[in-house]
Design a protein around this ligand. Structure first.
Ligand code: BMA
Length: 300
């Protein structure tokens, strides 16, 4: 199975949100108890983002809750790092806890915030786990060689590469190592970032990443797949040479930011099929289906 868009995309738009927002997009995704959960980014009328939970029994038809589940104001002493909003969470289940890594945006520029929940009702924040500028952070779901591992995208001068670092406790991170860089003159020529959390497969850690190519004042966001070594996650075993999903449909081409497909959440089913939740043009939430086997085949 290649990538198949759900025929009734988008599955969520502003019309499905029971309070006033400019847009709903870029959700983290997880199965929790007997439900599919999306922790969606909602851009509020003032242009700053918060998160709201959407629930579903089938992974397709979602109901958005009546109020945000996490806002910049919930960040206590760390509020100054999220004053301009919280964006694009990734969710990693580690033992019995769900860790959210997301962008905190403020005058200090984007950095990575870590929060944790057990029940998607109450959240505890640990504040920043990076200095600015950094975003697109995903924590691997288990310890490897005795450490936790995070993959993120620091910006240094004009470089936008993906790096990996490790931690004994999820709070203190070190030993950063370079992982991947943009490929000049291709669909991923200007910047890249990890999109979804990593799925453990027999062949390695599998994730989607986004590649960006600028065209004058605009740019195009597409998705590819990458495979990291299981025991040595600082080794890239393979990646797709071509994008697996690119802006083609009207709902991906036209919106608040044109020509964007962006994902930070997916769910693997027991039969190896994968539901990719993604957003078109920073304006909606869409669904596409594929399989672990297909993604592995294109990473070779
Ligand atoms: C990235 C992030 C995403 C957004 C994407 C396309 O830098 O800010 O939130 O979806 O750009 O605009």
């Amino acid at each position: 199975m290649e990538i198949i868009r759900y025929k009734e995309n988008p599955i969520l738009t502003v019309e499905d949100v029971p309070f006033r927002v400019n847009s709903i997009f870029n959700p983290g995704a997880i199965k929790f108890q007997d439900e599919y959960l999306l922790v969606c980014r909602v851009e509020m009328p003032n242009g700053r983002s918060s998160f709201v939970l959407a629930r579903s029994k089938d992974g397709i038809k979602f109901t958005v809750e009546n109020q945000p589940c996490l806002t910049p104001k919930d960040h206590g002493d760390y509020s100054k790092y999220v004053e301009w909003g919280i964006e694009d969470t990734r969710i990693s289940k580690i033992e019995d806890d769900y860790y959210l890594t997301y962008t905190g945006y403020s005058k200090y520029m984007p950095l990575v915030i870590l929060s944790v929940t057990k029940d998607f009702k109450t959240y505890k924040t640990f504040g920043p786990i990076s200095v600015p500028s950094n975003k697109d952070c995903v924590i691997l779901p288990e310890k490897i060689s005795g450490f936790y591992w995070k993959v993120d995208r620091p910006s240094a001068e004009n470089r936008k590469d993906i790096w990996i670092s490790k931690s004994p406790d999820l709070i203190h991170w070190g030993n950063p190592q370079f992982l991947m860089e943009p490929q000049s003159g291709t669909w991923q020529g200007d910047k890249i970032g990890i999109s979804t959390p990593f799925i453990k497969t027999k062949e390695g850690w599998l994730a989607l990443y986004h590649g960006v190519r600028g065209f004058g004042i605009s740019s195009m966001y597409k998705l590819g797949a990458v495979l990291l070594d299981l025991e040595k996650p600082w080794v890239v075993k393979g990646k797709s040479s071509e994008p697996i999903l690119a802006p083609e449909k009207d709902y991906e081409r036209v919106g608040d930011v044109n020509n964007v497909v962006f994902s930070n959440g997916w769910i693997v089913e027991d039969n190896g099929s994968v539901k990719i939740y993604y957003s078109g043009a920073d304006t909606n939430i869409c669904l596409a289906e594929t399989s672990v086997n297909y993604l592995l085949s294109i990473c070779k």
